[in-house]
Ligand binder design. Structure first.
Ligand SMILES: Cc1ncc(COP(=O)(O)O)c(C=O)c1O
Length: 436
């Protein structure tokens, strides 16, 4: 890191006294009140008024009839995926998943929690390549996937970094093929999308929907998640499954496999204190994204893009993509990386290392699922068809792989809503100096 601190190119910049985070929790005070009340009234369990209240407030905010509070976004996604599997293929035996023997089309550029539930349910994820326009699932690649695997009936889509995917096209494709959608809105709570001319919230666009209150999200409970639906039957099923599938009997009686996935009333107290600030956090994140866009507009980079006609992101994370010609040489192994500086150019790890040297946190773009060792043998579909085994010893090139390209050239910048404009100006200055 000294190589940045002692480098004349960075002369005059002092490390931030307190760390600038990628995205850290922002507490407002009421969180403590609701947590204290839960403890004082002894609602210290997975039932209580905070849970009832946050379920009602979130359902109202996003515009669904039912919200079921769960321990995390991952459990919400598991419940959503299992419901879809059971609807499509029937109830599974206790030792089998509902997706056994079935493929599921999945977002590729996302966090693995989006799509791990396919494996929990014994299904096989087929990864669908990304589009440059939103950094989300490419509708064209999805269409191609249905050509190759016409029997697939389930699609899991995530909205990366709070930017809605092209849901109009994706829903039309799924409708045409009779496929259900699990929507992962973990990163996009509060983001809106214009579907059939009407603005609606992400988290309401799928047949089964999930959000997260993880510590790094736009609002947090320190943990927590929710399953969102308009179906009373589905909501009741998730309430049952998430509380160990207890039957209505005086003793513990079980007819289905259960899970201990319910939200705690303490966690719900933190979320209850956060909900009134969701819109404020979005406005702060949007201002950060716009300041980066303006401050970096003379550099050979572009910001994480969004559909300005049909989407209003929540701007959870601000990211950049370095232009191809401005990429300095760099390579990545499975755990390490190497780069060279070059005049007028830079690379994600050079920028991330420079930021870290000055006590600011960025992060590489989430590594696409089709590149993850655990999913290396799963199918991957691009606009050209199968994205696997496209290289050739005798012909140059390896086929289109948008996700890999964004991973290679992109990075997430400090996006904490407590970052001041003055601090952000220094971040912008550091990035400029990386390109000198
Ligand atoms: C896209 C996405 N899906 C799912 C999750 C999982 O949510 P949780 O951490 O609440 O389980 C996260 C983040 O944590 C996420 O970023």
């Amino acid at each position: 890191m000294n190589k940045f601190l002692n480098n004349p190119a960075f002369e005059g910049i002092e490390p931030f006294e307190s760390k600038l985070w990628l995205s850290s929790p922002t507490m407002h005070g009421d969180e403590q009140k609701w947590v204290d009340e839960a403890i004082q009234t002894n609602w210290v369990s997975t039932v209580g008024p905070n849970i009832d209240e946050v379920e009602q407030q979130i359902a109202e905010y996003v515009g669904v009839k039912y919200a079921v509070g769960l321990s995390c976004g991952t459990s919400a996604l598991h419940m959503a995926t299992k419901l879809a599997g059971e609807k499509l293929y029937g109830q599974a035996k206790p030792n089998q998943g509902t997706l056994q023997g079935h493929k599921v089309f999945c977002s590729d550029c996302t966090f693995d929690a989006s799509i791990n539930p396919v494996a929990y349910e014994d299904g096989e994820a087929v990864f669908i390549d990304t589009e440059y326009d939103t950094w989300n699932m490419s509708p064209e690649a999805l269409e191609k996937a249905f050509e190759i695997y016409p029997d697939v009936k389930l699609v899991i889509i995530a909205h990366l970094y709070g930017t809605p995917g092209r849901m109009q096209e994706i829903k039309e494709i799924c409708d045409r093929h009779g496929a259900l959608i699990v929507e992962d809105a973990a990163e996009s709570l509060g983001a809106k999308y214009r579907l059939n001319g009407q603005w609606i919230e992400t988290g309401t666009l799928g047949d089964y929907n999930a959000i997260s209150f993880n510590g790094n999200k736009i609002i947090t409970g320190s943990a927590g998640g929710m399953f969102l639906t308009n179906s009373q039957e589905d909501a009741e099923k998730v309430r049952k499954w998430s509380t160990q599938s207890r039957e209505d009997a005086p003793w513990y009686q079980h007819e289905e496999i259960g899970y201990n996935y319910r939200m705690s009333n303490i966690i719900a107290g933190v979320i209850r204190g956060q909900i009134p600030y969701l819109d404020e956090h979005i406005a702060q994140k949007k201002a950060i994204w716009e300041r980066y866009e303006k401050g970096l507009d003379d550099l050979p980079i572009s910001m994480n893009p969004w559909d300005r006609k049909n989407a209003q992101p929540n701007f959870w994370l601000s990211c950049i993509l370095i232009d191809k010609y401005a990429m300095a040489p760099s390579v990545r192994g499975e755990k390490d990386y190497l780069y060279k500086s070059a005049s007028g150019k830079s690379s994600p790890h050079e920028i991330l290392d420079a930021l870290a040297a000055f006590n600011a946190e960025g992060r590489p773009i989430w590594k696409p699922m089709h590149m993850q060792p655990i999913y290396r043998m799963n199918p991957f579909i691009t606009v050209e068809g199968s994205g696997r085994a496209r290289s050739n010893a005798y012909i140059e090139g390896g086929g289109i792989d948008v996700g890999a390209d964004i991973f290679r050239r992109g990075l997430c910048l400090p996006s904490d809503n407590k970052m001041t404009p003055e601090q952000q100006d220094i971040v912008i200055d550091i990035i400029h100096r990386c390109f000198k």
